[in-house]
Write a protein that binds this ligand. Sequence first.
Ligand code: MCN
Length: 809
Amino acid sequence: TAPTERTEKTGGWTGQSLSRKEDQRLLTGKSAFVDDRGMHNMGHAAFVRSPFAHAEIRSIDTTRAEQLPGVITILTGVEVAEQTDPLFQFAPKEDGSQVEEYLLAVGKARYQGDAVAVVLAESAEVAQDAAELVEVDYEPLPPVTDVVEAAEPTSPVLHESLGDNVAWKGEYDYGDIDWALESADHVVTIDRLHFHRFSSTPLECFGVLVDWDQGTDVIDIVSNNQFPTFAALVIAPSLRVGIDQLNFASQDIGGGFGIKINTYVHIGVLALLSRKAGRPVKWTEFRTEHHQSGGHGNERTFLDVQVPIMEDGTILGFKARAYDDAGAYLHYEPLGAVIWSQVLPGPYRFKHINVDYTECVTNKAPAVPNRGYSRMQHIWLTERIVDTVAHELGFDPVELRKHNYVQPEDYPYTTPNGCIYDSGDLPRALDLALEGADYPKWRERQREAAGTGKRIGIGIGTTLDSGTNNFGQSRMLNPNLPFSGQGEAATAKLDLYGEVALQLGTTPQGQGHETTAAQVAADILGLSPDQIRVHAGFNKSHSTYVGFSGTYASQFAVTGINAVIGATEKLRDEISDIASAVLGAPADEIELADGMAQVRGDPERALPFIGAAGLLFASPAELPPEVRERVSLVCRHVYYPPFEVPDIERKYGNLTLTYATQTHVAVVEVDEETGEVEILDYSVVDDCGTRLNPKLVEGQVHGAASHGIAAALQETMEYDEDGQLMTANFLHYNVARADDIPPIKTQAIESPSPFTGTGAKGMGEGGGAPLHALCSAIQDALGSGAPIVHDSHNPPERVLGLLRTARTG
Ligand code: MCN
């Protein structure tokens, strides 16, 4: 690892590179994943899934399956439709039409893997065998697998209730693109770009354990859902129960990456199954099922991209048509159809932008949030634009970027659609990233390699990662949503024994919340992080959550940590209040250190924390009434980011608070014989403002870089024209292994956010920068006159195709 620029703080825990508190538990198999759990008298579920991408379900015969010894009960779509209401949809179309989705497919299967029935049996094996005995009479229908064709009026319609296949349409028009295209010195055009489907392949696939108590009507749900407050909102109305009846618990998640927001459908089905059987039910998803139905990231096609440029390299903006493939059902969509507008110009000062945006349903697995949700796809477009301009007009890609970047003196920078980029220094980040990769050396090697059959290419990917973003926008999509905002809650308490514990409202999946929370709280209370217990993981019984608590959208460093700070400061003040009463000094003269509350400058006059707790909990009469009535030593704080809701058209929502930047430089070698791309050097500069724990930030950078590298070169969810998923397991989905990922050199700069108190920005998504950098590097390796790298996924066969076209013209 290259040294970071920042020297470590000598005092204070916040900002130090502490190892994660949670690692001992996670790495020694002591964590609480769903498949580790069980309940007395529990049955096991298995789904019956459609082998067709699009088919009418004429009948389902469960007779043979029911006869298998050990089968408890079976639920089909027809029964589900009788007992439930369709799932809540984020945003109906303007004419009120919307997708009608039940917890199981009813009448029609709409993608290969769509669940049409679910079997409950005494064991998972019997359930699986019985699922294979369920006889479904399908009438195959023509599949819709191309999003552009899906938008055509002639296309077969997936959902009659939607009228056609268009789920969302909007024209995003800022500045004056017609003027820019007319006035520019050059206009570069790109016919078609395609951002592919891929996923996150978490260690633990979906897992659900549900017990619908017939007596109390309380539904206990243990799952690895990463966003229970949202799941509850969707499931309860569908099951026709009150939200309060759902008792959610999510502990360790096993990797979420946004995909595990999508477990709500399965939770709902299992709840019904539990009610029908009168028993707890458990389901653990297979890897193949996860690939088929767990959800994939948004696949996007851009057509007719036009880019006006001035002679000096100023890119005025761009015009494009974008088609987003939502898959068969709208799970969280059409949020992706608006959320990319938070990064409309990418990291550039583009002023004139027109995007005609259409999102359609197709016969593929539903698109769901996947690390870098929807903004990654859009920034890939802006990065391809810059590289294509450099390639076509002969600009240096480094200088072209620096010329068009938002400049350090521009911050806070207002984008054409009213988003505010808080802080940053992109030119410096690029210089450092190039330095990290020894740019001059590789340019020299590139020249030397000419004609050897091994081409060297150097690519750049600049990206933005927006922390806290989804829900202001979702309210704009649909003003009838029960709540907006994206706050977080935390509770800090001192127990009877003088020990401090924090309860977080978040459901971390490996990000290190327990560690960071302990660091900031330790500074406030004068303790060491080891002296603070942190409970993360959602559990309704602890009540430390607010609307839309959870872990997603890189928000912990902004919302979660501020909730912890607020709660701990309240606790500090309460301990000081008690000490002040006992020690006879004003509260503002009490300071906390080493588990003692002492009078400043007079350490002899001190009250240990256990003494303060003992007074309140064991002998409250010894405290003045106004103190014992005021303090509880259980302090909850809710933090809401200070969003100003701009007065703009609702579908062009633009709320997010922080913009972390990442700059990636990739050096690749392309083998002309095989099309194989080998990464020779990889350098990243992260700027997420003030780092609360640089080691955790570096870990996130490594995770996001690996994820993106894997997607760029190896991983794809590929459907054939019949809608069959060709990469439904690890044999075909070429998941990256540790030895596929090159050493990643990381550096950091810190441009504190003026909006977050701590200066920290959310950074956990990483913005898909490797996809940008690797396309850029392959383009560079192909050399001048070569075709444009038009796909985000570049396995050897595609690179060979590009090389062939480059040779033949
Ligand atoms: N951090 C910090 N200083 C900063 C910013 C962040 O020390 N300036 C630390 C935070 O304290 C936190 C971590 O870095 O421990 C990530 O913080 P943040 O960017 O706020 O992101 P969240 O914790 O809200 O996590 C969500 C984010 C998202 S959206 C996806 S997707 C993703 C990601 O986290 N999924 C992950 N990283 C993941 N990492 C793991 N191991 N597993 C996933 O599923």
